[in-house]
Ligand binder design. Structure first.
Ligand code: ATP
Ligand code: ZN
Length: 725
């Protein structure tokens, strides 16, 4: 009888032994269903075992081993083991996170290519030669005949008249392409690279196929994407797979389309949490079986198994969404670098505004650096100016200067964007007579006024209710929305410029991917004159007619308590400002502020990310913050704050008993936003100057924490390299 070790998705650090009479070493890496407690669980065989850790007689038997799909390879098991080790998370939870749910449940999954590579079949050539009655199918076939075969079915569908692709297949005019090698070429005319792009591509390719981490630091609009595509093209032509990570797939449908169009014949697989279970499993299995050529996805795609992996690209590497903020708090960017080393392939981290950690590594020459200082199309960077609002009378938050600039753009038929990173109409409703404010009953936060659908809504726990007509506390009829969100700016702009088409772009306006894509299409077609947007508008977009970006309400983040707040603000402003003037028209960025002489704004006005980074890093060095120290945060939450704090105090005592010299253990404190969804939260910070020392300590300490009895309903999690402190 064989004993298998199974990782199960449970908040327990161990793996579990089961008997499986027919299992062999070939089953390592396969999904299984096993009895657990009174029910059944899905898990993954991570090893075989010579001896069971429990009494053989008590050993339960595996119900089912999923053998329809290839087992996950050894390097993938190493990857999840690394993540479990580094983030001190149970291996079963890492497996649960890394595997698509459908696959883990060991449902049948087919890795069959649902988007086959097609070319014109002999019957199709015959049809082209014969004198036939014109039809949609024939027209499409004729168009295809003018083009370079082969094509993915999905790519044909997107062409004019592409609906007829099914008809072409039914008639046998199109068939599955035979020559696999063809699928790796590019399609369409390629733009001529700028000198800088060309230099970057050459430098990265010249160093060969081995592991090396690159920072591609290119100003907004410098054409980093084109560099990624050229690198990908090279790897595909060598028969290798490419992993491309993007911050949020909902924000990048254009990129997805661009990759698919460029490599029309390659098998481009998307992996993100927005996919239906079946599609995600299929994509994952295609990656695993080597059928996928390019895997394009959000952070979870870093776990795609890729037997032919040749290159890892991380776009907008600074983006916070690469760090998972619940459960296993991994950083996909950091895991990508580890994977590059493990698989001995290059990793390219791209950004106009790199994270200070990455920037620092590049300056210290741990990462190789490629810089793009020029925009690809536009002649120059936008001009950036501060509007000093201290003595100005603002009109619903808008200064006369900004209004005039918008007016000018309208007259010229260009687009403007007003950026305000706060959605809703107003951040709070309040009563001027008794001081009542709309607080969330479950969180330490205010309920935000949403006038568009007349609701008060908590942006943290999601609870919502109607807007009261009078103050719930004193009955005053005259309660007022206080402060400003995107809806309020939108409303005012519509009043000020009745002839303009004002479009709001935030998470309320784009709840679904469909809505989002249609908003983007409207903007691209010139169907909007003034955009009001949150940070959704900041990333990656390229609208040639957008020439003005006005920034409202940025000062609030200047004095935030988090030491990363200035970094985030600078990145956000540089990114959003970078949307202006990307085409041939010059761009302008106007920042409304009460601190026009603040160094952050000065560096921004000069587009000098490096100067900003140097300044910030100097401060971090003297304050002892990352990247000069390494941090881990233990967080606890419970219905009562005392329980959370008490647990952390206990954890602190356990830490002190075994702390190596140089480990700094801080006092447990309530989190800044203490209450969230009826739970009170507290945190305990640990810090060390060496990563190795911190890691070594954490391993023993976390093992101990798992053995502690805790108050009922208390939950705790460890966050290694936390983004928010
Ligand atoms: N070599 C080139 N020739 C002509 N156009 C180019 C070239 N490279 C890039 N472009 C175009 O320049 C524009 C900006 O490119 P891209 O969006 O890739 O920039 P980016 O560096 O990713 O910018 P951001 O960081 O702001 O997202 C795009 O419209 C792209 O098609
Ligand atoms: Zn709430």
């Amino acid at each position: 009888m064989t004993i298998v070790r199974v990782a199960l998705p449970l908040p327990l650090p161990q793996v579990f032994d089961y008997a499986a009479s027919d299992a062999s070493a070939a089953d390592i890496g396969r999904c299984v269903k096993v009895p657990f407690g009174r029910g059944e669980r899905s898990g993954l065989i991570v090893a075989l075992d010579a001896e069971a850790e429990v009494d053989l007689a008590r050993l339960k038997t595996v119900h089912h081993i999923q053998r329809d799909v290839p087992p996950l390879p050894a390097d993938w098991l190493e990857l999840v083991a690394f993540v479990a080790r580094y983030y001190h998370a149970p291996i079963g939870e890492v497996v649960a996170l890394a595997l698509p749910p459908g696959l883990r449940r060991a449902d049948g999954v087919s890795g069959e290519d649902e988007d086959p590579l097609l070319e014109i079949a002999p019957a199709g050539h015959a049809a082209l030669g014969a004198a036939r009655r014109p039809s949609k199918a024939l027209a499409l076939l004729q168009a295809l005949a003018q083009d370079l075969a082969p094509w993915r079915r999905s790519v044909i569908r997107e062409r004019e008249g592409g609906e007829a692709v099914g008809e072409l297949l039914r008639r046998g005019w199109l068939g599955v392409a035979v020559d696999e090698a063809q699928r790796r070429g590019t399609t369409g005319a390629l733009p001529v690279l700028t000198d800088e792009q060309d230099g970057a591509v050459r430098a990265i390719l010249q160093t060969g196929e081995g592991f090396r981490t690159w920072l591609l630091q290119g100003v907004t609009g410098s054409g980093k994407t084109e560099v990624y595509l050229r690198l990908a093209e090279q790897m595909l032509s060598r028969g290798r797979q490419v992993l491309m990570l993007v911050p949020e797939i909902a924000l990048t449908p254009q990129l997805e389309r661009r990759v698919a169009q460029r490599f029309a014949a390659a098998n481009v697989v998307s992996l993100h949490s927005g996919l239906a279970d079946g599609a995600r499993s299929r994509g994952f299995v295609q990656a695993l079986s080597g059928h996928a050529d390019i895997v394009l996805g959000t952070r979870l795609a870093v776990f795609a198994p890729l037997p032919r992996l040749g290159l890892i690209l991380v776009d907008e590497e600074h983006d916070a969404s690469y760090k998972q903020q619940e459960g296993v708090r991994y950083s996909a960017r950091d895991v990508a670098v580890w994977r590059g080393r493990q698989r001995d392939v290059p990793v390219v981290l791209g950004s106009a505004t790199p994270s200070l950690e990455t920037w620092y590594h590049a300056r210290a020459e741990r990462y190789a650096l490629q810089v793009l200082n020029q925009r690809a199309v536009a002649a120059s960077m936008p001009t950036v100016r501060c509007i000093d609002v201290r003595r100005l009378k603002l009109d619903e938050g808008l200064s006369p200067g900004l209004k005039a600039a918008i007016e000018q753009r309208l007259a010229r038929g260009e687009q403007s964007l007003v950026f305000l990173n706060r959605r809703g109409y107003a951040p709070v409703l309040s009563c001027p007579s008794c001081g009542w404010v709309s607080r969330c009953p479950h969180c330490s936060a205010n309920l935000v006024v949403h006038l568009a659908d007349r609701r008060l809504r908590c942006h943290h726990c999601g609870c919502d209710g109607g807007i009261p007509h009078a103050c719930p506390s004193c009955g005053n009829q005259d309660i007022q929305p206080f402060g400003r969100g995107t809806q309020r700016i939108e409303a005012r702009l519509a009043e000020l410029f009745p002839q303009a088409r004002v479009l709001r772009v935030d998470r309320d306006a784009a709840r679904t991917r469909k809505q989002w894509e249609s908003l983007l299409a409207t903007i691209a077609e010139g169907g909007a004159d003034i955009l009001v947007g949150t940070q959704m508008m900041a990333k990656g977009h390229d609208f040639p007619k957008l020439t003005l970006v006005g920034v409202v309400g940025a000062d609030a983040s200047l004095h935030a308590a988090d030491f990363r707040a200035p970094e985030r603000l600078f990145q956000q402003l540089m990114q959003v400002g970078g949307r202006a003037g990307r085409g041939t028209l010059p761009g302008e960025v106007l920042i409304q502020t009460e601190y026009p002489a603040h160094p952050l704004y000065l560096h921004l006005a000069r587009h000098d990310f490096d100067a900003f980074a140097r300044m910030e890093l100097q401060e971090r060095r003297s304050a002892g913050f990352p990247p000069f120290t390494y941090q881990a945060m233990l967080r606890a939450d419970a219905p009562a704050l005392d329980d959370a704090v008490e647990f952390l105090r206990h954890a602190r005592r356990l830490a002190e008993e075994r702390a190596p010299e140089g480990l700094r253990i801080y006092d447990p404190v309530p989190m800044r936003m203490t209450r969230l969804a009826r739970r009170e939260r507290a945190q305990l910070l640990l810090e060390a100057d060496q990563r190795g020392m911190l890691q070594g300590f954490l391993a023993g300490w976390v093992a101990l924490l798992y053995c502690q009895r805790t108050a009922r309903e208390l939950r705790w999690q460890l966050d290694v390299d936390p983004l928010e402190v």
